[in-house]
Ligand binder design. Structure first.
Ligand code: ZN
Length: 279
């Protein structure tokens, strides 16, 4: 197999409309995990769409309920060739944010792909049905070119609650630690720097949710505290450091998804080792 042969086969599948058909079928599932009554369709996406698609590629799959009540189910799939070859773990999520059907401009709709030039509109085309459909399509092309053998094992986890903050994902990965064990994780989800430029992150990314509170009276408070020479000054300087650092944190996080190392720092309201060293 040559790299160019695999790419030309994948391109041909795209040009034939087959890829669009597959993705359109997936976009049609209204997998709005933020809706309380979405349980049936979340399950159906895994059972009726992903399971047969993966079976056609030689995967065995099972659907695992979420250990967190109300959380969407998981699909755990495996394609095992040998104990002596490397194993790739891949990830996808089949849920999407709410469709907000009425808010799409004329001619567009969330649950059916509309093609305008080189842009495809539809909920999930860019997050994340498009990505895992691309990855599985690429896998199919490589399989075909290699005569049905990849030369590595593949495991896949698909979650249905990513847009709710991935309830149960951590727990399920802990529970199935051995079953999901792999040599490398290749996941396609997350920010891109520009639509025209493929974005690849190497290493592990993390996510930190935090509540940012701005004390907009901090400067005034510091002035008052300084004029009094009083005990309030230290707290107000902390406020200043927090504001400055939060801005840097947000600026870096927006571009590259970094900043996880600041976990637990912003918003603590107290001096920390980090701020102490910089003063
Ligand atoms: Zn996503």
């Amino acid at each position: 197999m040559t790299r160019s042969a695999a790419i030309s086969q994948a391109t041909a599948q795209y040009d034939s409309g087959a890829f669009l058909d597959t993705l359109n079928r997936r976009v049609a599932y209204k997998t709005e995990s933020q809706e309380a009554d979405s349980g049936d369709v979340l399950h159906s996406y895994l059972a009726d769409e992903m399971t047969p698609a993966l079976a056609a590629l030689g995967f065995t799959s099972r659907i695992v309920p979420n250990p967190v009540p109300g959380g969407g189910p998981f699909l755990i799939a495996q394609r095992h060739e040998s104990d002596d070859v490397p194993t790739v773990l891949t990830y996808g999520h089949g849920d999407v944010v709410r469709g907000y059907d009425a808010q799409w401009r004329d001619g567009l709709k969330p649950w059916e792909i509309v093609v305008e030039g080189d842009r495809w509109y539809g909920r999930g085309t860019a997050d994340n049905k498009g990505q895992h459909t691309i990855n599985l399509s690429a896998l199919a092309e490589v399989l075909a070119l290699r005569g049905g053998k990849l030369g590595y094992n593949v495991k896949m986890i698909v979650e249905m609650g990513e847009e709710m903050g991935s309830p149960g994902l951590h727990a399920i990965c802990e529970q199935l630690r051995d079953e999901l064990r792999a040599d490398v994780l290749i996941a396609s989800d997350g920010p891109r720097l520009a639509a025209q430029r493929p974005t690849v992150f190497l290493g592990s990314r993390g996510l930190v949710n935090f509540k940012l509170s701005l004390n907009l009276l901090g400067k005034l408070g510091r002035t008052v505290a300084q004029s009094r020479g009083g005990a309030g000054e230290r707290d107000c300087i902390d406020c200043r450091w927090q504001r400055q650092d939060s801005r840097r944190w947000l600026a870096s996080a927006r571009g590259a998804g970094v900043g996880a190392s600041r976990a637990g720092w912003v918003g603590s309201g107290r001096r920390t080792e980090r701020s102490r060293g910089r003063r």
